[in-house]
Unconditional design. Structure first.
Length: 156
């Protein structure tokens, strides 16, 4: 699908249209309509935000295109993200088991105070009672959830 945008006095006018729609309506692509390349909204990284919810239309490398302005969040915005993650974590069904976990600024997530051990064939879970990793029993087939207080899998 080819897109075109109307250009007057070197500036884009309105929004892009498909070539098929222009031909259907005007029987051709008018001379003052130039090729346009749609660029999808970017996936934002940790602590990134868009300047605007809509892209700007700019002339880049000989074609009109969407340009998204991505910026680093302000300290205030980062603080809001932090508080939202901490508040959401506190609402988890087993939040009592993870009270020793802390907010990891670098990854914008909650993290244990020590790294999870890795041993082939073993499953480790955080034990809030011990404030450490503990080997957990293998998960049975079917629909089960882990009961951290009893340290067993229970049927849902």
């Amino acid at each position: 699908m080819n897109l075109y945008i109307q250009v007057e006095n070197g500036q884009p006018v309105n929004h892009p249209a498909t070539e098929d729609n222009l031909i259907a309506a005007l029987r051709k692509v008018p001379d003052n309509w130039e090729p346009f390349v749609r660029v999808e909204r970017p996936a934002l990284g940790i602590y990134e935000a868009l300047e605007n919810e809509e892209p700007e239309y700019q002339y880049v490398d000989g074609v009109w295109t969407d340009v998204w302005a991505v910026r680093t969040m302000t300290a205030e915005e980062k603080a809001v993200v932090r508080e939202q993650i901490i508040a959401g974590f506190a609402l988890l069904p087993n939040a009592f088991n993870f009270t020793a976990w802390v907010f990891d600024e670098e990854n914008a997530s909650m993290a244990p105070p020590t790294s999870k051990p890795v041993e082939e064939g073993k499953l480790f879970a955080w034990s809030g009672a011990d404030n450490d990793w503990r080997e957990a029993p293998p998960k049975p087939e079917g629909s089960y959830v882990f009961d951290y207080a009893q340290w067993v899998w229970v049927s849902e």
